[in-house]
Every structure is written in structure tokens, then in C-alpha cells.
Ligand binder design. Structure first.
Ligand code: SF4
Length: 354
């Protein structure tokens, strides 16, 4: 049976954040932000390295003051993934971040102030081939736009992005990436849709302030899932009030579920029903935890019974189906071995490691 495909990716301009291509059909990159005090170089570097291990491809770092901006050079020298400096308003911080060797900036040119200040930042970014992300956020729209639209509508978000884009284009700068985030999902989705009908600039997608793990994962999966399924999005960040490595894991699961990236295990497990005679919940969570750090793409099924198990999980590379006191090990829907229940997990892992 041919697998159903999602919409083709939107054709956007390709830019580079360090060595990572964004847009133009490149793989959708996964990024997040550090949650340490940027001035604490040691902790920040430690967090970035552990995030990279989890699959983070681009890291964004908040730069609240000049001390944080000056720390970027040491951080940059100690890590191997591209670093984006996240700056609000202060052009001096942007200039210092560029001097310290960052790979990209997130700054809204319309918030910098006097034209000469914007010009200085743009010319420094141009000289070093550093892209700028315009990050429009529903929570920080200008008073003028709020007065015009009443509240942060998709149109207001897009108009805000256009104002920032115009400033950069007037300075002949086009290494631009855009995000249009709101915590409200329909608003965010519509804003990205509207924008991508008009512009080819690559898009950083995300649901702002999505919440703590449980609700945040659901909101991010729904919002980002809709966008990605419509071909919108070139790089993504899941925002959770949780450990940032959780954000990376969730981002990959969303991409994997749509067939946009392959990474590590894709686990299929049945919900169980009255036919189930073994502890599938326990087994599935043990399998998930054992496979948490594997990189090779593999689909593993953990099914409750042999009646429907192997058949339901035909697409799986390997799997188990519970029986009475025993389990069946199967590969691509075909049973290859009978295994005692207590040995199921070990046998499955051995088969995967082969
Ligand atoms: Fe029920 Fe078997 Fe389907 Fe699991 S695989 S839901 S136990 S029928």
C-alpha cells in the first residue's frame, strides 16, 4: 500500500545559519534556546553540548546585557553547532554579538530605534554573512498595530513582519528568516499561512509559550503539525516550560510522525484491549526508555496480542506481540520466534542491536 504523503514543502529562499541550511527544501532543522544564565559560560556550554547530543542543530542564546554578549565568544569557541544571539532593542548588544562570532541574530529591526543604529547592525551582519531572524510575537506587537487591528490577529502579525522586512530590504539585506508566533494556535497557523502566500523568506515555526510539558506538547504538535503538513516551515522550535532536551525530543517526534525527518526509534504500541494478556504498558515504556538514545531510524512495535498485533504493525521493522505466557517476535509482520514473556524485552533488544 502506498503511504499517503503530506503537502509538498513550500519553496523558500535558502539561507545558512553557520553550516546549517535553512529553507530551499533543506531538511527542517531542529533548534532550541539555552535556559542557563548566558554569563555562566560553563553551564551554558554544558547545556548546549547535551542538547546537541539530543539532536539540537542550532542553538539560540538570550543576550540580556553586554556581559552576556561578551560571553558569546567563549561559548561559541566551545561548541560546534551554530549559535544565534537573541537580542531585544539594543543595537550595541547586536554589534557585540557579531564581534564575538555568532552565526545569526534574532532581532527586530523596527525595535532598534534610529536608522543609523539599524544600519550599523545590518552592515556588520552583511559583512560577516550573518542572517537575521525577524521574530514577531503576539505579545509584543506595536501599539499602532494593536490599535489598528484591535488585538493580535494573523493580519497584524504579518503586517508587523512586513514592517521589519521593509527596513532590512531598504538596506539591501535579504538574509532574512521570519517567525510569527502566538500562544493561540489558530492565530499562529493563519499568520504563517498568510505570510507564506506572499513571501519566500524561510520560516522559523513555533508556538509561543505553549505551556508545561503535557499541554505544551499537545499544542505544539497540533499547531506545528498543521503547518508542516501544509508544507510550511523550514526550521522549528518547540517551546515548553520544561528541560530544553524535551523540546528537542518533541520536535523530532513531530517531524518523524509526518515523515519529514528520521531519527532514532519510531515506537508503535497498541492501546491494549480485553485480548491482551501481558503488561504492554510496562513493556512499551521500557522499550521507549531503552531506545531513547539510539540514532538509527527503526520502527519498533509493541503489540498486545497475536490476533491483530503483527498485522497491525506490518510497517514495523521489528516487534513483539503478547500471548498467554509467551510473546511472539516478528519482523516486517512475519513471526520469527516464540519467546517466554519474561525474556521478551531482552530478546527484542538483541534483535534490534543486530
Ligand atoms: Fe487488542 Fe491485540 Fe489490538 Fe492490542 S493488538 S489493541 S491487544 S487486538
Amino acid at each position: 500500500m502506498q503511504k499517503k504523503k503530506i503537502a509538498p514543502r513550500n519553496k523558500t529562499r535558502k539561507i545558512y545559519v553557520g553550516s546549517v541550511p535553512v529553507g530551499g527544501g533543506s531538511l527542517i532543522s531542529v533548534q532550541t534556546m539555552t535556559k542557563t544564565d548566558t554569563r555562566d559560560v560553563k553551564s551554558t556550554v554544558r547545556q548546549i553540548k547535551s542538547l546537541q547530543k539530543a539532536g539540537c542543530e542550532i542553538i539560540r542564546i538570550a543576550v540580556p546585557d553586554i556581559e552576556a554578549a561578551k560571553a558569546l565568544g567563549s561559548i561559541k569557541k566551545s561548541v560546534s553547532i551554530p549559535v544565534i544571539a537573541d537580542i531585544h532593542f539594543d543595537w550595541r548588544l547586536a554589534l557585540e554579538a557579531i564581534k564575538q562570532g555568532v552565526d545569526a541574530l534574532r532581532i527586530n529591526p523596527g525595535n532598534i530605534g534610529a536608522t543609523w543604529k539599524v544600519s550599523e547592525v545590518v552592515s556588520a551582519a552583511s559583512d560577516r554573512h550573518i542572517p537575521i531572524r525577524i521574530g514577531v510575537n503576539a505579545g509584543s506587537l506595536s501599539k499602532k498595530l494593536l490599535a489598528k487591528y484591535g488585538h493580535p490577529t494573523p493580519e497584524a502579525l504579518v503586517e508587523s513582519a512586513v514592517e521589519h522586512i521593509n527596513i532590512l530590504e531598504q538596506l539591501n539585506f535579504r538574509e532574512i528568516k521570519v517567525s510569527l508566533k502566538a500562544s493561540n494556535i489558530p492565530t499562529t497557523v493563519d499568520a504563517y499561512r498568510l505570510f507564506s502566500r506572499r513571501f519566500r523568506y524561510p520560516l522559523h515555526i513555533g508556538i509561543s509559550e505553549a505551556g508545561p510539558s503535557f499541554t505544551g506538547i499537545i499544542k505544539s504538535s497540533v499547531g506545528l503539525g498543521i503547518l508542516l503538513a501544509e508544507g510550511i516551515g523550514d526550521t522549528m522550535r518547540v517551546s515548553l516550560s520544561a528541560d530544553p532536551s524535551e523540546e528537542i525530543r518533541v520536535a523530532y517526534e513531530i517531524l518523524k510522525s509526518l515523515g519529514l525527518r528520521t531519527k532514532g526509534a519510531n515506537i508503535i504500541s497498541c492501546p491494549t484491549c480485553g485480548r491482551c494478556e501481558i503488561d504492554i504498558r510496562g513493556l512499551a515504556s521500557k522499550v521507549e526508555s531503552r531506545l531513547k538514545n539510539i540514532d538509527k531510524p527503526i520502527t519498533v512495535a509493541v503489540m498486545g496480542c497475536a490476533v491483530n498485533g503483527p498485522g497491525e504493525a506490518r510497517e514495523a521493522d521489528i516487534g513483539i506481540a503478547g500471548g498467554k505466557g509467551i510473546g511472539l517476535l516478528f519482523r516486517k509482520g512475519k513471526i520469527i520466534k516464540h519467546v517466554e514473556e519474561k525474556e521478551l524485552l531482552n530478546e527484542l533488544m538483541q534483535e534490534i542491536n543486530k
